[in-house]
Write a protein that binds this ligand. Structure first.
Ligand code: 0X9
Ligand code: ZN
Length: 310
């Protein structure tokens, strides 16, 4: 547990990522930056696999967290899962086989500027900043980077806001933000078959599309099957984004990962919302480990699922 109400400070996160490499140099790369934020922070990525420093012809999985600054539980459970995988290699036959046959790419914190903003204002947790820290030039700050992706961006002018002060401000144009550009470029440079973008809260596991009430996902039955499989242990409510959370959202990362890349390498993308509604954005310290446990089997399963795709 970290010292930010039980969550990780930025320094603690960086130390953990470095420590993973020190302890498991044969399973994890050193942290590398995939882009630089508005305020100049690196967006770190680690790869976990056997022979991590070599690009092997294996199925690729992409996991990321903290698009939204006030959702630190999404980070904690991802770090927990990373340790689990690293510690299990060589003793747990399933994890061993999976790491031998897949490559996991992990961006634990897409929005470090927003996260640091909450750390600055509420050093014991509780800060409610959501967006990045773009200076909108009119006295307001922040773009919701989960409304800034270039798939049906701004669709119908609902499900994201053109108003700069809004918590769901979509930005001046699709991919206007360095954080979404970094994720886009990273995905385009890889061949991911599946992805999870962790958020909180609600104990959901949702999938595309979220931009419109009329769902045009051509593979809904397959997603339904995968959703049932992924959530069999934790009982998260799974389903299409709009029906599950009951609002439309356009320019979200999950829609882009699946929709925009259908002609190239379609990514089966999921958005888990970690934590019960009673947990809120900053669960009590005693809840952090149980919530990390709540996603463990689901996270193992997305790894297993990605190994099934060539
Ligand atoms: O609204 C969001 O960005 C996510 N929920 S949150 O409370 N963490 O902000 C859900 C996004 C789900 N995906 C789509 N609607 N496409
Ligand atoms: Zn979120």
């Amino acid at each position: 547990l970290g010292s930010y109400g039980g969550f990780f400070t930025m320094t603690q996160l960086h130390n953990i990522l470095d420590q993973m490499r020190v302890l498991y140099p044969n399973l994890v790369t050193a942290k590398t930056s995939i882009g630089t934020t508005v305020e100049g922070r690196p967006i770190y990525m680690l790869k976990i696999s056997d022979n991590p420093d070599i690009d092997e012809p294996e199925s690729e999985l992409f996991l990321n967290a903290v698009h939204h600054a006030r959702e630190p539980m999404s980070l904690s459970q991802l770090i927990y899962f990373m340790w689990h995988v690293l510690e299990s290699y060589g003793t747990d036959p399933e994890i061993t086989t999976l790491l031998n046959s897949t490559e996991m790419y992990i961006v634990p914190m897409v929005n470090p500027d927003g996260y640091q903003q909450n750390l600055n204002t509420n050093p014991n947790g509780g800060g409610m900043w959501r967006k990045n820290r773009k200076n909108n030039g009119n006295g307001t700050f922040g773009v919701d980077i989960n409304r800034n992706y270039g798939f049906q961006w701004g669709y119908d002018n609902t499900g994201s806001s053109p108003t700069t002060s809004s918590d769901t401000y979509r930005g001046p144009s699709a991919f206007s933000e360095p954080e979404t550009q970094a994720v886009r470029n990273f995905c385009n440079a890889h061949d991911f078959v599946a992805s999870m973008d962790f958020h909180s809260f609600g104990n959901y596991c949702i999938y595309p599309y979220g931009y419109a009430t009329t769902n045009s996902n051509p593979e809904l039955p397959l997603f339904q099957q995968m959703g049932a499989y992924l959530t069999a242990e934790n009982g998260f409510v799974y389903g299409n984004a709009v029906q599950t959370v009951n609002y439309t959202a356009n320019g979200a990362g999950d829609d882009w990962k699946y929709g925009e890349q259908t002609t190239k390498n379609k990514i089966y993308s999921f958005t888990p919302e970690v934590g019960a509604s009673t947990d809120g954005f900053y669960p009590a310290q005693s809840r952090i480990i149980p919530l990390c446990e709540s996603t463990l089997q689901m996270n193992r399963k997305i790894l297993k699922l990605s190994s099934k795709f060539a």
